[in-house]
Design a protein. Structure first.
Length: 204
């Protein structure tokens, strides 16, 4: 699996977009973009890259949360390359609705879908086991604040992430984290459990 952090247009779209390719650009690879944003800048970046002779630059688009934040570029990728749009949430533009625990082929490998409600009810993270890499979208992983109220579903999602072996984290807005990832997540879980209030959604 080859992960390319595409350049972004800071004047319009401050979202990090990631293109996943196979290591050898084989015909069976599924070229995938995660969170393309809402403008067309990402298309220009994709066109500059080598994606394999005679192959479509993008086969599928995966959204980690709220399709409205990324639908502009997603629809442009569909129109330009006939790319399919995948997301956990509903929407008329979504071609496939994802489920928790689902495995999706991306590049020459797979991504595991982890439902992580918190930023939004439809938020997901994507975990690449072979790379020990997490694409976290807008899910908050670094919790330093005490005495805050958190929904049970978000805390359960953090526990789920903490069970994965993670060496790198690519988020939707921050710089990649390439060291102490596991410790960061475990520390967040401990901070919440010791110093914050966890409630069921009915009381949230």
């Amino acid at each position: 699996m080859k992960i390319i952090n595409l350049k972004r247009n800071d004047r319009v779209n401050r979202c990090n977009s990631y293109l996943i390719l196979g290591d050898w650009n084989r015909s069976s690879d599924v070229n995938t973009i995660i969170d393309p944003g809402n403008d067309l800048f990402v298309l220009l970046e994709i066109e500059k890259l080598s994606k394999g002779f005679g192959r479509l630059p993008v086969t599928q688009v995966i959204l980690t949360h709220n399709p409205d934040e990324h639908i502009g570029a997603s629809l442009a990728l569909r129109e330009r390359f006939n790319a399919r749009i995948l997301a956990y949430g509903d929407g008329p533009e979504i071609d496939e609705r994802l489920s928790d625990g689902q495995l999706i082929k991306a590049g020459d490998d797979v991504l595991e879908v982890l439902h992580t409600p918190g930023h939004s009810p439809d938020s997901i993270c994507l975990y690449a086991p072979s790379e020990k890499t997490l694409f976290s979208g807008d899910t908050e992983l670094q919790v330093n604040r005490s005495n805050k109220i958190y929904p049970r579903s978000y805390v359960d999602a953090l526990f789920k992430i903490a069970c994965r072996d993670i060496l790198k984290i690519y988020s939707c807005h921050d710089q990649p984290i390439t060291s102490d990832c596991q410790e960061l997540i475990i520390q967040s879980v401990q901070t919440i459990c010791r110093h914050s209030i966890v409630v069921d959604e009915r009381g949230f």
